[in-house]
Design a protein around this ligand. Structure first.
Ligand SMILES: [Zn+2]
Length: 142
């Protein structure tokens, strides 16, 4: 069995560290506002004039703030497995930053509920000739 090349589906939004993957965000050193995804050019806080944001790794854990289960394949460019399998998307409040980050839910949906603790994992989005395209997902923590 060969190990397939892992390709981050979006560059610079998360680490590919297998055991302890992290989302990569920005933090305003003046007012402490967090930003994800990390592509702001100035602090999004309208009362803060800061224009230099620092790169930070965000919490790997959080709690489900809301979620939905999708029973229909989204349109392209989404690469749907055939046959299509329903999947969940969760809005998760990060443990330390208290910001909401959306993500697909990995693994079985048992235990998925508002308030459930989840942790960040890196999981397959789809595979092609380039390799295994991966993205962050939320997994219900045991
Ligand atoms: Zn700020």
């Amino acid at each position: 069995m060969t190990t397939r090349q892992q390709v981050a589906e979006v560059e610079g939004w998360f680490t590919l560290d297998g055991a302890e993957p992290r989302l990569l965000g920005l933090r305003c050193p003046d007012c402490g506002t967090y930003v994800f995804p990390p592509r702001a050019i100035a602090c999004p806080n309208p009362e803060c004039p800061a224009t230099e944001l620092e790169s930070v790794e965000l919490s790997r854990r959080g709690t489900v703030w809301s979620y939905t289960v999708n029973h229909y394949a989204p349109p392209e460019p989404y690469v749907a497995p055939d046959p299509f399998e329903p999947y969940a998307v969760a809005a998760v409040e990060l443990a330390d930053e208290k910001m909401i980050v959306l993500g697909q839910v990995a693994g079985p949906l048992d235990g998925l509920a508002v308030g459930a603790p989840v942790e960040l994992v890196i999981d397959t989005l789809y595979e092609d000739d380039e390799g295994e395209h991966v993205v962050w997902k939320w997994q219900v923590a045991s």
